[in-house]
Design a protein around this ligand. Structure first.
Ligand code: LR7
Ligand code: MN
Length: 617
């Protein structure tokens, strides 16, 4: 964290370096927007380092700290002195034109020490945020077709916008509110409901009440009284909402022109649709507004962490007819969506036993899909969200207990036999499993006559990479060496693993990074189509072909694409794993550490593999 901060500071010593770094940052972000989420909490492995704080080292080695100096700040020496007086001061100090049109804020070098200190309060550049006016302008980031397509809003129902927060900064919270007011047709806005989830900052009390009482759109502040977590805070807001549609936003968003119309029109046409905007990026460092790729949809990995994936070539081609059409998504990110209010409550609202943060996005996604609704992304609706690298607030009850407790509930209620798969490989969740009271949620599922998780995977997410009864699931072991193929730790775009397929010592008990999935049709060497060999995060064994075939063909792990060069067949008698488009066989070269290769098929032991099943339920 400190390292990162000092690098951040360095940029500002020279404005030129700053601008260069910024350009690189923007390029990087626009090329691969979701990389920003790379170090988000959903990747963390919890490690409790001391009794009053919890730190995480994520899979990529990024060090993140949660709930760090809430409470007794004086005993906390690590971050710069954040006194109560400082935490409770509203430092909002707008400079006209700062952050205009979504441009980045560059802090003058002489303020960088202070900026660094303030960064710790909310885990974003508070000083930058506090310099940007609440009504800053943003570019219209929509596709041209979206801009010209007029949505007739006459007769459309009104929506209540619900924003829950815990110790949010004044400037980010109110910029969210003003962006809603400034860029939504007032005919569609019933009200704005702010739900204060037991914030301790002084300025979020009476000052906030007074401020919102003067806004042009009816805005109220509800207070939970004690810390409830985002689920119960949203429920409080939803229960008091007057609008026919509920629209949820995080407390650090900025809406762009046209965002609301595109959501409301879809919900109005079908009350069982849950509609999400495209989530753009507000930089935690500069507050630049960065447009993100429109055609990402959401799902999750084997550990139930939310993930973005891309529409495949066939789907893209279909969409070329009309890029403005919403597309369905197996899961939503969770914070930003519109939904019919009655449908929300008919469907069981939220699981009230979910605490603080996490899991509710998958729970709602599964429930909506499995119980007769749909979840989609409207590409003409763009809302910016401030992505942070770590969480600024405490997790009462313990981070691990909260997160894995919530995820255990999701699995227990909605995932049928796949819950066993989840618990088998997630000891943290397994530990929370028996503590969950879920009877009323299971009853709800029964009452609503919801589909099975098998149905969900097959129909809503046919590209999924989970094990099924018609799939092999287990290790791919080299017969002679006794080693197993392992997923690389390197990352490609969208944060998916990418790199050469290598052999490592087989782990027992089995570990997810050595587990592969393959449709059993691939076990029939006569089948001329074969099957993909997939693993977690939607990556597959692939062989990028070279023009010059005299060169060595390395086997790589790359995002599954459905292309024929990812098709393999396995012959259980000979042990050969044949790559269908080349007709070559999987082999171990002398320099095996650089990855497996393809070679002309032969009967040598180096081409003999054992597909060793591992029970998953
Ligand atoms: O105890 C709490 N009480 C709260 O009121 C904890 C949080 N909150 C508030 C908080 O102030 C914020 O306004 O709840 C909101 C969401 O919390 P964040 O901003 O810390 O969450 P996030 O943006 O890191 O996480 C995403 O996943 C969460 C899982 O529980 C929620 O669904 C968030 O709404 C969700 N955010 C988004 O979907 C924005 C896009 C992110 C992506 C991808
Ligand atoms: Mn958020």
């Amino acid at each position: 964290m400190y390292d990162m901060m000092s690098r951040r500071m360095l940029r500002r010593w020279s404005p030129l370096i700053g601008i260069l770094v910024l350009c690189a940052f923007l390029l990087w972000q626009s090329g691969s927007p979701s990389q920003v989420q790379e170090s988000r909490r959903d990747d963390w492995i919890p490690v409790r380092l001391s009794k009053d704080q919890e730190e995480y080292v994520d899979r990529r080695g990024v060090h993140v700290v949660v709930g760090h100096y809430m409470g007794d700040t004086s005993s906390d020496k690590h971050p710069p002195n954040l006194t109560d007086a400082l935490l409770n001061t509203n430092m909002f100090d707008p400079k006209p034109g700062e952050g205009k049109d979504g441009s980045p804020v560059l802090i003058p070098p002489h303020l960088s020490t202070r900026m660094q200190q303030l960064y710790h309060i909310n885990r974003f550049n508070l000083m930058a945020s506090d310099r940007i006016p609440l009504n800053r302008t943003l570019p219209d980031v929509r596709k041209k077709r979206c801009r010209t397509k007029q949505i007739d809003i006459t007769g459309l129902p009104k929506t209540s916008v619900i924003i829950v927060f815990h110790n949010e900064a004044w400037s980010t919270l109110l910029r969210t509110v003003h962006s809603v007011i400034n860029r939504s047709p007032s005919a569609l806005l019933q009200e704005i409901i702010l739900v204060d989830d037991a914030s301790t900052r002084k300025f979020l009390g009476a000052d906030l009440d007074n401020y919102v009482s003067r806004l042009s759109v009816p805005t109220k502040v509800l207070r939970t009284g004690k810390r409830e977590g985002l689920v119960r805070a949203r429920l409080l807001g939803a229960r008091s909402a007057q609008g026919q549609i509920l629209t949820f936003l995080d407390a650090h968003c900025e809406c762009t022109v046209g965002w609301l119309e595109s959501l409301v029109v879809r919900v109005a046409a079908d009350r069982k649709r849950v509609v999400c905007p495209v989530i753009d990026i507000i930089s935690d460092d500069t507050f630049a507004y960065v447009r993100s790729f429109e055609l990402h949809w959401g799902a999750f990995n084997w550990e139930l962490h939310f993930r973005w994936y891309t529409l495949d070539a066939a789907e893209l081609k279909k969409r070329r007819q009309d890029m403005t059409q919403p597309f369905s998504t197996p899961a939503m990110a969770g914070g930003l969506f519109a939904m019919d209010k009655n449908f929300f409550f008919e469907l069981g609202a939220y699981d009230e036993r979910m605490e603080v943060w996490g899991g509710e996005n998958l729970e709602l996604s599964f429930r909506v899909w499995q119980c007769g609704g749909s979840v989609e992304i409207a590409p003409c609706s763009h809302v910016g969200h401030l992505f942070r690298k770590s969480s600024p607030y405490s997790f009462p009850g313990g981070v691990s207990e909260v997160l894995y407790g919530n995820l255990a509930r999701v699995a227990l209620v909605w995932m049928d036999e796949w819950k066993e798969f989840y618990f088998k490989f997630s000891p943290e969740a397994q530990r929370m499993r028996d503590r969950q009271a879920i009877r009323s949620r299971l009853e709800l599922r029964k009452q609503l006559h919801c589909h099975s998780f098998h149905w969900y995977l097959g129909n809503i997410w046919p590209q999924h990479f989970f094990p099924t009864d018609s799939r092999f699931f287990g290790k791919i072991k080299h017969k002679i060496r006794g080693e197993c193929i392992e997923k690389p730790t390197g990352k490609g775009s969208l944060n998916q693993p990418m790199g050469p397929a290598v052999l490592t010592r087989c782990q027992d008990p089995p570990v997810l990074r050595q587990m592969f999935v393959m449709n059993l049709v691939g076990f029939n060497p006569e089948n001329d189509k074969g099957a993909a060999i997939m693993t977690d995060e939607s990556v597959c064994l692939d062989v990028p072909m070279k023009e010059d075939t005299s060169r060595i063909l390395r086997v790589k792990v790359i995002a599954c694409s459905g292309q024929s060069r990812q098709s393999w067949s396995y012959n259980s008698e000979s042990g050969a794993l044949k790559h269908l488009s080349s007709g070559l066989c999987l082999d171990v070269p002398e320099d095996a550490e650089n990855g497996l290769t393809l070679n002309a098929c032969n009967t040598y032991p180096s081409q003999q593999w054992v597909m060793e099943s591992v029970p998953w339920k």
